[in-house]
Design a binder for this molecule. Sequence first.
Ligand SMILES: [Zn+2]
Ligand SMILES: [Zn+2]
Length: 365
Amino acid sequence: MTSTTAQASEDTMQAVVCHGPEDYRLEQVSRPRAAAGEVILKIGACGICASDVKCRGGAEMFWGGDSQPAWVQAPVVAGHEFFGEVVEMGPGAEAHFDVRVGDRAIAEQIVPCGKCRYCDSGHYWMCEVHNILGFQREVAEGGMAEYMRIPAKARLHRIPQALSLAQCAFIEPLACGIHAVNRGDIQLDDTVVIAGAGPIGLAMVQVARLKTPKQLIVIDMLDERLELARRYGADVVLNPARDDVAKEVRGLTGGYGCDVYIEATGSPTGVRQGLEIIRKLGRFVEFSVFGKETSVDWSIIGDRKELDVRGAHLSPHTFPVAIDLMARGLVTTDGIVTHELPLSEFEEGFRMATAAESIKVLLIP
Ligand SMILES: [Zn+2]
Ligand SMILES: [Zn+2]
């Protein structure tokens, strides 16, 4: 037990380290230890997010360009869709984290600074400093590793034992979906359109169904995903490759258009389509991150429809809600979490995450 080899393996661990665009490496790095107020998680799984794929691909929003400065601090262990078991608590950590050694827990992706005007007014998810786990080494390394250090300022939540591994790993995407749906302020007699049935879009479908709108319509280019959307409670599914979406939505709403449109496609087409099929005075929720700029007739928003355009960023106050919805069996990951791979196969995982046959891919340390 005290041999040097055993010692070495206890002090180091495997991790997927982001060094730059197209440069992610599986490395042996030193295992983190908990300082005062901190917690160490033994990672159970870490999902690959579309943002991880975009970051690896070198997207400007991560690495900077003409319009914005670089945001990622490399080298950094990637991954923000993690959960794990608490294996170590630093001095004083019990004072601000409601967990004990042996509990399963998850930290929100943002680590609020606690000092800026947003943090100060309770809008911690818009924190001006905006440190996100898995991208900014300054606060901590990410979750694509065997162990992870949770900084004292993180927002950590305990996970009940009843949740499966897939459910635990899906808490973060679900929490983001819940916030976007909440922004739509869905009423009982609303016709709601969700555009984009990726992992978070499919979470939104299940959450929007729980709000019991009059009609729930889901739009996507992939029929397999529309099938899932139907299973999760969509009343109508439309594929723009085949259906005249605008005509169908008008037909379903007495010619008016939908009351709420939640944009989760990440494509400029999804924005233009929404502005076309939403009714006057409707609520347009923008959730996506875009790889390119979108051009629209901006006068639709004011002069023609007086729209309520609402952004949705991260998952403020919705982690406990996500955990509760899954614990109560109201949201499922069946059909959404499609692949589980060991950390060593992360390259394959990233490739799979963009393939049509997968929805959510997990890395298991
Ligand atoms: Zn994500
Ligand atoms: Zn702040």
